[in-house]
Every structure is written in C-alpha cells, then in structure tokens.
Design a protein around this ligand. Structure first.
Ligand code: SF4
Length: 285
C-alpha cells in the first residue's frame, strides 16, 4: 500500500511538450551538484587537520561546525526538492529551497552538464518542465487582467509589413503567423498580451503590467533566463517551434497554450482533454 504522503504529483506535464525534456535529467544533475558541493565542503572540513593545513588548526572548530551545518543543509535541500518534485506537496521551507535551486544551484548544474557532455538544451528543457510543475503545484489562479502572455518578436512573420512593437492592434489577423490566432485567444479570455523584442523590454512590460502570473513563449535559452530573472514571480514556460531555424518565423503550440490559460483562469479543461497535464498513460518522468 502506498503511503499517502508519497502519492505521485497530480501536476505531471507531457514531456512531448518540452521537446522530450524529462525531469530525471534535472534530478540527476541536482543530485550530482549537491554531491560535488558536499565533497568540496567536506574537504574544507578536514583541511585544518591535514599535515599541509597545520597552520590552519585554529580554524578547526569553526570549520567543523560550519562544514557539518552546510553539508546537512545541502542534503536537506536536495532531498526536499526531490520529494517536492515527486509529490508536489507543499510544506514549510519549500519556497526557499526552490529559490536557492533556481538562482544558485541551476548555474552549477549547467556547468556539471557541460562537464559530462549533456546537451545544454536538454538540461534547459528539463528545467522548464520542472519549473512549470512547481508553478502548477502552487495552485495559482488569476483574473484575466493579471495574466500576461509574453511572446518573442520572432513569432511575427518576417515578411509582415506591420510593425507591432507599439501596439498589437495593427495586426490584420491574416492567418500567416500565430499572432492572429493569439489575438483571437486574448479577445476570448481577456488576458494581457505583449511581444517583447528583448530581455530589457520584457522586464519593462512586466513592471508596467504587474501580472500575477506570466505565460511566456520562447526558446529554451530565453525561457530559462526569463524564469530565473523573474523569480519569485511565477513564469509558466511554453517552448516555441522553430521550423525555419532559431529566431525566424517561429510558431506557438496553441492547444497546450490555451490549456494553460484555461487552467490559470480557473476554467475547466476543454472537453476530451486533460488540460495542461499528462494523461496517466503517456508517461512523463
Ligand atoms: S497575422 Fe498577418 S498581419 Fe498579423 S502579424 Fe502575422 S503576418 Fe502580420
């Protein structure tokens, strides 16, 4: 019989929406990064007691107490996060753990991935999936006015003669790119929508509109940095599609996007779908 507190997270997202990104990559790198940091701290712990560290003996007690406390905190952090990712259960301290992971540990995990030749994009896709499940686990619901859909400029068709930098209303909804259908979706649900031409503009839009939650569409690199920069503001990331290569005439997966919008607005999933989540038989780890 499965223990109640070990029940699997109900917020599992389909890996197919994340370019095959799986949580196990994130979890493996997280465990590896914690182990590496733990070893480095253990070295700091024993250094004053080695022959070469004789002149550091005065550091002994301090390093013993500090080192043990940091190693314990590190392994507590790692286990807490793995438990949270697996079960999506919220408990005291989990926000701080997420914060440390997103801001401090993830850059170290990327370095570790590089050292063991794991493709960077795979690590980022895994991170985006884990982040999205974090956001879902927080149970956030918002009004349409405080939901911001942030899009990259490359979703506009490169041959389009209309400049949408200042207002999206100049779009003629001709159907040649996803901007038209997205404007239709915006009108249907009433959320806020903007196209950002870079990180600085994106930050300015967020400051001006003060959303409670952002749904951001972008590539792995921009989503990862956007999620890190915006923390603790929740960002639900949706990977764009790039049939013409990066940064040119990109596409948006409209069905997963609409499912996420409906979820955060507290609307029921469309008939015959499981909303943004994975049907149990799809497998998602
Ligand atoms: S839908 Fe048509 S008019 Fe609107 S941005 Fe795309 S190409 Fe331009």
């Amino acid at each position: 019989m499965k223990l109640f507190f070990l029940r699997k997270s109900p917020y599992v997202l389909p890996s197919a929406h994340y370019g095959g990104g799986r949580k196990r990559i994130f979890l493996g790198l997280l465990s590896g990064a914690c182990l590496l940091l733990g070893c480095a701290l253990a070295l700091f712990l024993v250094l004053p007691w080695t022959v070469s560290g004789e002149h550091l003996r005065w550091l002994g007690l301090i390093s013993l107490v500090l080192g043990c406390a940091l190693i314990t905190a590190l392994f507590w952090l790692c286990l807490t996060l793995i438990f949270h990712i697996y079960t999506a259960r919220l408990f005291p301290g989990v926000e701080a753990v997420r914060h440390v992971t997103i801001r401090l540990l993830f850059p170290l995990m990327e370095l570790l991935a590089k050292a063991v030749h794991v493709e960077r994009a795979r690590v980022r896709r895994s991170f985006i999936k884990v982040n999205n499940e974090f956001v879902l686990a927080r149970g956030i619901k918002t009004s349409p006015e405080r939901l911001l859909l942030l899009l990259p400029h490359c979703i506009q068709r490169s041959a389009c003669p209309h400049r949408l930098t200042h207002t999206l209303e100049l779009c003629r909804r001709c159907g040649a790119c996803p901007v038209g259908p997205l404007l239709d979706m915006r009108d249907k649900y009433g959320f806020s929508m903007a196209i950002a031409t870079g990180g600085t503009i994106a930050r300015r839009i967020v400051i001006e509109r003060r959303p409670k939650l952002i749904i951001a569409v972008a590539c792995e690199r921009d989503l990862t940095s956007g999620i890190q920069d915006s923390y603790p503001l929740p960002v639900f990331g949706i990977l764009n599609e790039r049939p013409c290569g990066p940064c040119l005439d990109t596409l948006v997966p409209l069905r997963p996007l609409e499912a996420a919008v409906r979820h955060f607005l507290g609307l029921p999933a469309e008939e015959g779908t499981s909303g943004p989540f994975t049907a149990r038989d799809e497998g998602a780890a």
